[in-house]
Ligand binder design. Structure first.
Ligand code: TXE
Length: 480
């Protein structure tokens, strides 16, 4: 069985403990590789390497840093098929999705920040003819990046690339549930000639390896994407240490459909925004509000389309719906279907595990699920499920739908479907979330600010926001 390795000081290394954790293949429910069970000793080695590499990397001209990052991007591109297969196998997502979204985005993240750093400028403030101030934006030093399992390479590189571009050295931990593409990335960093210690990848459990990163006094900033509860714990540890924190957490995103929308376009996109990646994207719309005159038409057409979306072998090129990431997650998602029934909901389709044939028999598949008849404020409509489960609800007025949309503790993303221009702008401005898509979903421009409000997080990623996060601003004032 394959043993993955940490990437510390430019070398692939075994964990100090000598222990390994099982890594599962969601399509079959079987263990297929082993992950280092790293602890504070491995994190310490990574911090030592990063600290030693920092002066050299920070002093490396931005163009040179960018060249190495572009080389990493081109190596991921060369290995696209291998990476896509690995991502699909590790996560359970359809290989077509990994090919179309996850791996291309990993490449774009490196390319985007490699070029962004060459256009990143700081401000100056003149005080008439008395003085001039200029801002230096300097790398922080050693920073930590911790990422989740739903979009493994995509989110891992979304943090690492701006951190490296800005001149920091990184100690990163991918999710222990999906470590494979981060491991493959470490091999590519060695091939690309990234200097030793600039990027260190420590695999292992959140409570052990992750916690050691968060607690380490010499790691000055943490960029984290994951569950809201984990984020709160992380903040409790890091805040008294005065670390910079960027937290991208959960969501319970509303999808608001007005009767005047472009029906076909809305329907097609709503199936995607509900069930892409088995509903395991923090941006998926899980509460669908439909204006009452359109409700019955929407319900019939939507349920018909969703019924056609049957889970299949993620490795098959034609599969559009794969396995969910773990047995524990499958059980959590199915427990929410039971809760929805207890709360008075009616399951219109799905709502159960799908048992496949042959070697996929033990895999973790859930039939895409649509539920109606629930109150907007019940637990099913307030808590993050993070799986292929959506609820549909009718609404009568703009005020009512805004109240329901804004009623959760979360505020990450929202989608609005309408052809009415001023209403679109009005609703967008009143929704409590960091991102609003109008007549589209997941259309991403990497320059835009990305993040949430309320319990969906703190801080923004993306574009220059990420470069600002990964630098310290220093004002220099010169008296003239
Ligand atoms: O995430 P965790 P989990 C949501 C979703 C999901 C729930 C839990 O609702 O059901 O979170 O998922 C690391 N110190 N999202 O349990 O635990 C962990 O090893 C430092 C939303 O998988 O938050 C992993 O690398 N690190 C989300 C990362 O944190 C710790 C995406 C995320 O794991 C740690 C995923 C600790 N004490 C889940 N504990 C989104 N917003 O996209 C864990 N980790």
């Amino acid at each position: 069985m394959q043993h993955l390795a940490n990437y510390i000081n430019g070398q692939l290394t075994a964990p100090a403990s000598g222990n390994y954790i099982d890594n599962y293949h969601p399509a079959t429910g079987k263990v297929y590789s082993l992950i280092p069970d790293s602890d504070s000793r491995d994190v310490q080695a990574a911090v030592d390497a990063a600290k030693a590499a920092f002066p050299g990397w920070a002093a490396t001209p931005a163009e040179q840093r960018a060249k190495i990052m572009m080389k990493i991007a081109s190596l991921i591109s060369r290995d696209m098929e291998k990476m896509a297969q690995a991502e699909s196998k590790d996560n359970g997502k359809p290989v077509s999705l990994a090919r179309m979204v996850d791996i291309p985005r990993g490449i774009s993240n490196f390319e985007f920040f490699a070029t962004a750093i060459m256009h990143f400028a700081a401000e100056s403030h003149a005080m008439e003819d008395h003085a001039i101030n200029y801002t230096l934006r300097q790398p922080i030093g050693v920073v930590g990046c911790i990422s989740p399992w739903n979009l493994p390479l995509y989110l891992f590189t979304w943090k690492i690339a701006p951190a490296l571009a800005a001149g920091n050295c990184v100690v990163a931990k991918p999710s222990e549930i999906t470590p494979m593409t981060a491991f493959l990335l470490s091999e590519l960093c060695i091939e690309a000639g990234l200097p030793a210690g600039v990027l260190n990848i420590v695999h292992g459990l959140g409570g052990r390896a992750g916690q050691a990163i968060v607690e380490h006094p010499e790691i000055k900033a943490i960029s984290f994407t994951g569950g809201t509860k984990t984020g709160a714990g992380l903040a409790a540890t890091a805040a008294p240490m005065f670390k910079k924190l960027s937290l991208e957490l959960g969501g319970k995103n509303p999808n608001i459909i007005f009767a005047d929308c472009d029906f076909e376009q809305m329907l097609k996109t709503t199936v995607q925004s509900s069930f892409a990646n088995q509903g395991q994207i923090c941006l998926c719309g899980s509460r669908i509000f439909v204006e009452r005159p359109l409700y019955e038409q929407f319900k019939a057409a939507f349920v018909e389309r969703v019924k056609q979306l049957t889970p299949g072998d993620p490795a098959n090129d034609h599969t559009r719906m794969g396995a969910v990431v773990s047995q524990a997650h499958m059980e959590k998602v199915l427990s929410y279907v039971e809760l929805a029934k207890e709360e008075g909901g009616t399951v219109l389709c799905g709502g159960h595990r799908v048992v496949m044939e042959g070697e996929l028999r033990e895999g973790w598949y859930i039939a895409p699920t649509v539920i109606e008849g629930l109150a907007y404020n019940c637990r099913t409509n307030q808590e993050e499920i993070f799986g292929p489960v959506v609820t549909i609800m009718p609404f009568d007025t703009e005020e009512e739908v805004l109240m329901m949309a804004n009623s959760t503790p979360y505020g990450l993303a929202a989608t609005v479907w309408t052809q009415h221009l001023t209403r679109a702008h009005r609703v967008a401005s009143k929704i409590e979330s960091g991102i609003v898509w109008i007549n589209c979903w997941l259309l991403r421009d990497l320059r835009t600010p990305f993040g949430g409000v309320k319990q969906s997080g703190v801080g923004r990623e993306g574009g220059f926001e990420a470069l600002r996060f990964f630098t310290e601003a220093k004002n220099v004032c010169i008296k003239l």
